[in-house]
Design a protein around this ligand. Structure first.
Ligand code: ZN
Ligand code: ZN
Length: 130
């Protein structure tokens, strides 16, 4: 029985790592395509980029949907990290492309367990009685 569990876990780990790898490949894929398609200039501030600082040039999705990647590049916009940041705070959107750390920071200020606690208390008669 233990052996069976172990096998299932390994399979699950593989599925998870495959999914992560696929996502990485996909993200790399559209970034590479966008960089091939467009000149390395921020669409907003017109800052120019080269191989040395290319990591500061990010791919923004115009409709904010990372899964919408038409090969003609119509949903992509090259933005420097600063303009990308502005773009998203303007729309109050949580999608940050490569800059996921900023998204995590803002998500941490919201406590998802606050509502859950209320729900648990409401549905638990033993706690209600006290
Ligand atoms: Zn810019
Ligand atoms: Zn974006």
């Amino acid at each position: 029985m233990l052996k069976r569990k172990q096998l299932n876990k390994e399979r699950l780990d593989k599925v998870v790592s495959d999914a992560n790898r696929n996502k990485e490949l996909r993200d790399q894929g559209y970034r590479e395509q966008a960089l091939k398609l467009y000149s390395w200039i921020c669409t907003r501030c017109e800052r120019e980029f080269n191989h040395k600082n290319l990591q500061e040039l990010t791919v923004h999705h115009k409709d904010h949907n990372h899964d919408n990647n038409p090969s003609d590049g119509s949903n992509w916009e090259l933005l420097c990290v600063y303009c990308h940041d502005n773009e998203h705070s303007r729309f109050l959107d949580a999608e940050y492309g490569e800059l996921t750390s900023d998204t995590e920071k803002s998500a941490a200020t919201h406590n998802p367990f606050a509502d859950l606690k209320k729900l648990v208390i409401a549905h638990s008669p033993s706690i209600k009685k006290k």
